[in-house]
Design a protein around this ligand. Sequence first.
Ligand SMILES: Nc1ncnc2c1ncn2[C@@H]1O[C@H](COP(=O)(O)OP(=O)(O)OP(=O)(O)O)[C@@H](O)[C@H]1O
Ligand SMILES: [Mg+2]
Length: 311
Amino acid sequence: MSRRGLLEVRGLTVAFKTQKGKIQAIDGIDLELNENETLAIVGESGCGKSVLGHAIMRLLDDIAVVRGSVRFRDMEVYEMDTTALLNLRGGLISLVPQNPSSSFNPVIKIGKQIEELIEKAGKVKNSQIRSKALEYLSLAGFSEPEQIYESYPHRLSGGMCERALIAMSLSIEPELVIADEPTKGLDALSRKNILGLLHKLARDASMIMITHDIKAAETCERIAVMYSGEIIEEGPADMVLNYPGHIYTKGLIDAQPSRGMKPIRGRHNLRSHNAEGCRFKERCDAASHECNNHPPLRGLNDCRKVRCCHA
Ligand SMILES: Nc1ncnc2c1ncn2[C@@H]1O[C@H](COP(=O)(O)OP(=O)(O)OP(=O)(O)O)[C@@H](O)[C@H]1O
Ligand SMILES: [Mg+2]
């Protein structure tokens, strides 16, 4: 059965005007996501993953110059009024932010913070808010949810904090979850638990999982690989991981501990966001004179796209 479209991003470009000049954080991103679909966005630090996640929710601050279109269902996010925008962020899309410990207010107990969010979403009666908060803490694997509910955030370990944050973000039962680095800094067991938890709690939603972690990306249906503000490869997760079309994607896979941790030579830096031609060429062993032309993201077949003239 075909699934209905939920999110459509077209030509999304974000630049920051800073004292050091313009930073082109993301550049001409096109993305689609269907109902109940999971998409991983992978790439090295600074390639624009979080900016993309925040831009979809129109959460960037005023120094960001945003162009292009983000449509959620039939609504253009960048044309929404304040009420529609609050509804989008408080009920339809939920962000699991990148830094769990700084995402909670340190002086308010966990339970109260979850309750506030559920109340704002306005999907359940006031009398059911507390039980909904406890239900999600319990779903997040806390055997004594009342105890977590009464705790201040600093009492929780890193893994517990991430679980509580996922419980909070998912307690509003959104249609789309954007999880930003949900496994960062966790050991292998906690990582596995967190991924299981995210997929379990988001089973009725769509999800964009932003991650460095190829093992985490593997748990999603599709993968989009970013480099210097652009998508450079996209396709079904098993195809992208087993038969990477871009040399950068292959490099990311080979840099994983399970594949011998072979690093990609050179470093991603801000200069490459503005580079002429292929932005990866300085680090690419296959680079040729053709790479001086900026490669388009072209279809390899019906479901795969790659931005490389050698693919
Ligand atoms: N508010 C801002 N002002 C100026 N530049 C910014 C701002 N936010 C992000 N950037 C720049 O935009 C680029 C993309 O940043 P982003 O946070 O999206 O990277 P990322 O892929 O999420 O990296 P990481 O994996 O480290 O989280 C970076 O070069 C960053 O320095
Ligand atoms: Mg980030």
